[in-house]
Design a protein around this ligand. Structure first.
Ligand code: G3H
Length: 197
């Protein structure tokens, strides 16, 4: 598409407890953000009747996009390729708990966050490969696109859109409650960031 919007889900219950992964619902703040997103699209000068919405299989993205039922073209499309990085044995823990329970793993990840693969889970390199076909697909889409996904997946998406250095991927800033718009021009994509709070 010539216009692609990306956002993380609204703040989840897990986010408030600093737990990674899992499949929790939105916090009160997260719901407010989802309402803000709806207003953004409804109150824009642009028409979004043909906006195609995508979310992951996880509840927090589906709940976020659920607030946009009156925006765009029909039901959101649920895509497992845009699920959060699989943290394997470390899923549903805080970083402190990981350091305490799996100190070796914690060290290894710190040393090489890009290539480190969680036991029974994924690395950023795995994630980049998982996302590539989806990102190429939405770039070819004939309609504007909105993707509600996750922190690690959106790092890979921004790398894809902006052509950054692969080593930078795990450190790209993807704050909660921000919407990023990429518009294609002859010079490549133009990026606009809308911060909600
Ligand atoms: O819950 C997982 C996080 O979004 C991934 O963040 O790769 O910086 O640990 P991280």
């Amino acid at each position: 598409s010539t216009t692609i919007y990306f956002s993380r889900h609204g703040q989840s219950i897990y986010n408030t407890k600093e737990l990674i992964g899992g499949d929790s619902l939105l916090s009160a703040k997260g719901k407010k953000y989802a309402e803000g997103l709806r207003k953004f699209f409804q109150e824009s000068q642009e028409k979004f009747d043909d906006l195609q919405k995508y979310c992951s299989t996880l509840k927090r993205t589906q709940q976020t996009i659920g607030y946009l039922s009156e925006v765009g073209a029909g039901e959101p499309i649920i895509r497992p390729e845009i699920d959060e990085i699989n943290a394997g044995i470390c899923d549903s823990m805080t970083y402190e708990q990981i350091e305490e329970k799996f100190p070796e793993e914690f060290k290894l990840r710190k040393k090489d966050k890009l290539n480190y693969r969680y036991p029974e889970g994924e690395s950023y390199i795995d994630l980049k490969a998982r996302l590539k076909p989806f990102l190429e697909e939405i770039e070819e889409s004939q309609t504007p696109v909105l993707v509600i996904s996750h922190q690690a997946t959106l790092r890979c998406a921004y790398d894809h859109m902006k052509g950054l250095k692969t080593e930078e991927i795990p450190y790209i800033q993807v704050p909660l409650h921000s919407l990023v718009k990429f518009e294609r021009s002859i010079f490549g994509y133009r990026e606009t960031i809308y911060k909600y709070d």
